[in-house]
Design a protein around this ligand. Structure first.
Ligand code: HEC
Ligand code: HEC
Ligand code: HEC
Length: 205
């Protein structure tokens, strides 16, 4: 086929199907836009800045405690962000479900008015229990993304700690069985939950 002939056939082919080309093109652009926006929202709402400073009840409580913990300040200057413990990492379906569930927090904050730190304190242990349940369900997957029993240099640990970890390693035990209240104020001895039916409630994902 001659070049001019080829060009004619191609132009004709495109002309007949121009609608599909336009629709396809628009779909690709919209798709990329949506994917980009989704990635932006996930990144933005997972940042330490967003988690810590968007809601006053977080800033004055869990965030302040966290800034005194070793996961914020330590000899090496490593910072572990809220999301690294609280949001499934490198697992997009997990992240997506987490974000959808977490958006219910907005309801608690704006509609139920649970936005002041004093009210927050009265409900915290409920949230802590939810977080413990999540870690139990994943066997502390988030902790183990950074800390592996098999990579611990047990000889460098104090004998009492070494003994605990040697045992824990055998069953790949959930870190929180022994390490509750590490980053935030301990909720283990918190007062009992308010009576059922009491207004409000937070959700933490
Ligand atoms: C993103 C990585 C990362 C994640 C996730 C993480 N850690 Fe750590 N953790 C570190 C680093 C880095 C240090 C070392 C800080 C230092 O030098 O003391 C540390 C220190 C610790 C320490 C010793 C200091 C202390 O606070 O007593 C404990 C215990 C600990 N982590 C437990 C946990 C548990 C339990 C989890 C899950 C709830 C967890 N970590 C999640 C990185 C992480
Ligand atoms: C059977 C109980 C138990 C389990 C399970 C456990 N730990 Fe510990 N761990 C301890 C005790 C006790 C200490 C010493 C006191 C402390 O720091 O809370 C300790 C200390 C540590 C330290 C500080 C070590 C040092 O030399 O100062 C790190 C880091 C740590 N644990 C990480 C973890 C991680 C991560 C997990 C889960 C993968 C885990 N531990 C599971 C009992 C446990
Ligand atoms: C090293 C892991 C880790 C980091 C970093 C971390 N958390 Fe937590 N968070 C936990 C665990 C584990 C719990 C369950 C309660 C407990 O054991 O302290 C918890 C509980 C909570 C709760 C429930 C209320 C409570 O007091 O228990 C909130 C809200 C929360 N975290 C928010 C945050 C925010 C906001 C940040 C960052 C400023 C953050 N967390 C950083 C591990 C972490």
């Amino acid at each position: 086929m001659k070049f001019s002939e080829m060009r004619r056939v191609t132009v004709e082919f495109v002309r007949q199907r121009i609608k599909y080309f336009i629709v396809g093109g628009v779909a690709v652009v919209v798709g990329l836009g949506l994917a980009g926006s989704y990635a932006f929202v996930v990144d933005y709402t997972s940042s330490l800045n967003f988690c810590a400073h968007t809601c006053h009840e977080m800033e004055a409580t869990v965030y302040t405690e966290y800034t005194h913990s070793k996961h914020f300040k330590n000899e090496q200057g490593v910072v572990v962000a809220c999301a690294q413990c609280h949001v499934p990492q490198n697992n997009w379906p997990g992240t997506f479900t987490h974000k959808v569930a977490a958006s219910f927090e907005l309801w608690n904050h704006f509609v139920l008015g649970e936005s002041n730190p004093v009210k927050f304190e009265t409900r915290r242990h409920i949230l802590a229990k939810k977080v413990w349940a999540e870690f139990a369900a994943t066997n502390a997957r988030q902790c183990k993304a950074c800390h592996k029993y098999s990579n611990m240099v047990l000889e460098d640990q104090r004998p009492s700690i070494r003994a605990q970890h040697t045992d824990a390693m055998k069953t790949d035990e959930n870190c929180l069985d022994c390490h509750k209240g590490l980053t935030h104020k301990s909720m283990e001895d918190a007062p009992p939950p308010p009576a059922k039916g009491a207004a409000g409630g937070f959700d933490v994902q």
